[in-house]
Ligand binder design. Structure first.
Ligand code: MFK
Length: 560
């Protein structure tokens, strides 16, 4: 056997290695240094350094174990009694405990960092999520439920459920479900057929829920129609009684999903479940919007967490994997592909964390009119934009590993499967585009958008950025001039998606510019400047089409 042959026989690919998720994240560290007042930064920096180590050493193995040990539905006990147990893995339970200990939800409500509490909380969530087997999903709903109870809960709910939802003690930490979807649809919830019958000062719920995520939660927020009412109301319920028995809830089955394998998602039958009205009767959708506006931001944060994880793994691999005589990273086209992913990730990161900043300001009474108005628009924008980018980036990451990316036990395919759900749940891209359009038409969100961009651009003074500043201002003007026509368009709203994507990109560009200026001046680092430059090359404004004529063409193209 000659020497060459031996080399070939002994060849094994070196797997990608995960580095410290906080220490290795230049953007996160720089963003926090820029955004948080110094004492808050010191606190966050220390905690995230410690937590990053825990993610690596403790959470990541648990996450892989939970992903490969899906929940099981046990409908009956051995003696024929209906029990409807959902058995989850020990790893999944540990991820619950870690979430409590780390205060992933509690941080947002303790508000120790005042208006910056949501930024700090989102930084922890962003590190937690990619190694949580999507335990972030129950946490999202828990956070949303806590917010609704904080705003609309009865005194009893505030003294009990709210404290459990925001607890740091794993023994008392509750999670909440958010049961909005019925067989009639997940987007148009007005078709909800669950009925609430009055029983003294309480209600009993009757109906079927078609998708209920994290069905092992202790409580849920759900929509139902009070008998005789036209509009939906919002209800609070506890799944089990004091003896631990399900309260007139049957689990029909667990869903067999494309991804989110560790997360139990069930179809339920409600047959007289005791429930309490939350908020105003008939204002269920408006009240639960406070919940899904939080879960939508979690969705964005988790999308960027996944982007970062995928790119980090791919980058590490590209330094080790040799093809055509050199490491992948030394191939110009490969480096360019990864750099493009990094640029897109940074744009998504900044709009997400900007939304978290505005949410924290809003909740602590520190947001001005422009910031509050912008937040209403920003929530659907960041959700839809980051979810779409998340799927595209995950797909590119998988491809960057070649065949290995397609192999289950590398742990890579789950990145794509789990990213895909982020574009579906909590409102699809089109539903959120229409929500953004509604905010522009009904709530003057377009005006706040323009004021926000103008304000941010006014703070850009660095000479190296002035040419690029013009590009952003011009893109903003182009979109704004289209508003008038868009607002008049009543029925079709075909422009909604391209408008939402354009607004997202313009906002992201302005935030990248703010980051670039700070980084040039305070860190003497031109990396963010280059990120901005490359982001702008991708173009900011989509074709803003939308007319009767266009719709006719679409139908003709589709052959109908
Ligand atoms: C890792 C992260 C994980 C997070 C995922 C957790 C698990 C996933 C579980 C789910 O996926 S649960 C299902 C999620 N489903 C949705 O998100 C529903 C998507 N559909 C929509 O968002 C529709 O736009 C909507 C259901 C809201 C439309 O319903 P309607 O009945 O046609 O409502 P309408 O009439 O448009 O609005 C009713 C009121 O709510 C209005 O106020 P007014 O009564 O004062 O006019 C609206 O302005 C208000 N509203 C609606 N959307 C709002 C809102 N207010 C603030 N923000 C919003 N986004």
């Amino acid at each position: 056997m000659d020497g060459n042959c031996e080399v070939f026989m002994e060849f094994f690919q070196t797997p990608p290695q995960l580095g410290h998720p906080y220490h290795n994240d230049k953007l996160l560290k720089s963003y926090l240094r820029r955004t948080l007042p110094h004492p808050f930064y010191e606190l966050a920096n220390k905690d995230l350094s410690r937590f990053g180590e825990r993610v690596l050493s403790e959470m990541e193995p648990l996450s892989q174990l939970a992903e490969s040990t899906p929940p099981i539905h046990v409908p009956f006990d051995p003696w024929g009694k209906r029990v409807d147990q959902i058995k989850v893995s020990e790893a999944w339970n540990r991820l619950h405990e870690i979430a409590a200990e780390e205060g992933i939800v509690a941080t947002g409500y303790e508000r120790k960092l005042d208006e910056f509490s949501r930024v700090y909380q989102f930084a922890k969530l962003y590190l937690y999520h990619p190694s949580s087997a999507i335990y972030s999903c129950p946490l999202a709903m828990t956070d949303g439920a806590a917010r609704v109870l904080e705003l609309f809960g009865t005194e009893e709910m505030k003294k009990k459920a709210y404290l459990f939802l925001t607890s740091r003690d794993p023994k008392t930490f509750w999670t909440s479900g958010q049961w909005m979807t019925e067989r009639t649809g997940g987007s148009d919830v007005s078709g909800t057929s669950t009925i609430a019958k009055v029983e003294g000062d309480h209600f009993k719920l009757y109906g079927d829920k078609w998708f209920t995520s994290a069905t092992t939660s202790q409580m849920a927020m759900t929509l139902a129609r009070i008998e005789g009412d036209e509009k939906l109301s919002l209800f609070y319920l506890e799944l089990r009684d004091a003896q631990g028995e399900l309260q007139n809830i049957k689990i029909n089955r667990l869903k067999d999903k494309m991804g989110t394998k560790a997360l139990p998602t069930a179809e339920l039958n409600l047959n007289g479940v005791p429930a309490t009205l939350v908020g105003e009767r008939g204002k269920g959708v408006k009240t639960i919007a406070n919940l899904f506006n939080i879960t939508r931001l979690y969705n964005a944060c988790c999308a960027v967490g996944y982007m970062q994880r995928g790119i980090a793994l791919s980058l590490d691999y590209s330094k080790k994997r040799v093809a055509f005589g050199r490491p992948l990273l030394k191939h110009g086209l490969h480096a360019q592909t990864l750099a493009d992913l990094q640029v897109r990730f940074e744009a998504s990161f900044l709009i997400t964390f900007h939304a978290a900043l505005l949410l924290g300001k809003e909740e602590t009474g520190k947001a001005d009119t422009v910031e509050s108005g912008l937040l209403r628009l920003l929530i659907p924008l960041v959700k839809l934009y980051t979810a779409k980018e998340g799927v595209a980036i995950a797909s590119e990451v998988i491809e960057s590993f070649g065949g290995a990316g397609y192999i289950e036990d590398t742990g890579l395919p789950q990145l794509l499967r789990n990213a895909q759900v982020l574009a579906i749940w909590e409102g699809t891209t089109n539903v959120l585009s229409l929500d953004a359009l509604r905010a522009i038409k009904k709530e003057k969100a377009g005006e706040y958008f323009v004021k926000d961009i103008t304000r941010r651009m006014a703070n850009i003074h660095n000479e190296d950025l002035l040419e690029m500043k013009k590009v952003i201002s011009e893109a903003s003007a182009t979109v704004v001039s289209a508003f008038t026509q868009i607002i008049q368009e009543e029925e079709l709203n075909t422009v909604a998606r391209s408008l939402a994507l354009s607004l997202s990109k313009i906002l992201a560009a302005s935030l990248l510019m703010e980051q670039a200026q700070w980084s040039l001046e305070h860190e003497k680092d031109s990396r963010s400047y280059l990120v901005l430059k490359h982001f702008l090359k991708r173009g900011l404004v989509e074709e803003l089409v939308g007319s009767e004529e266009h719709q006719k063409e679409n139908l003709t193209i589709l052959g109908t």
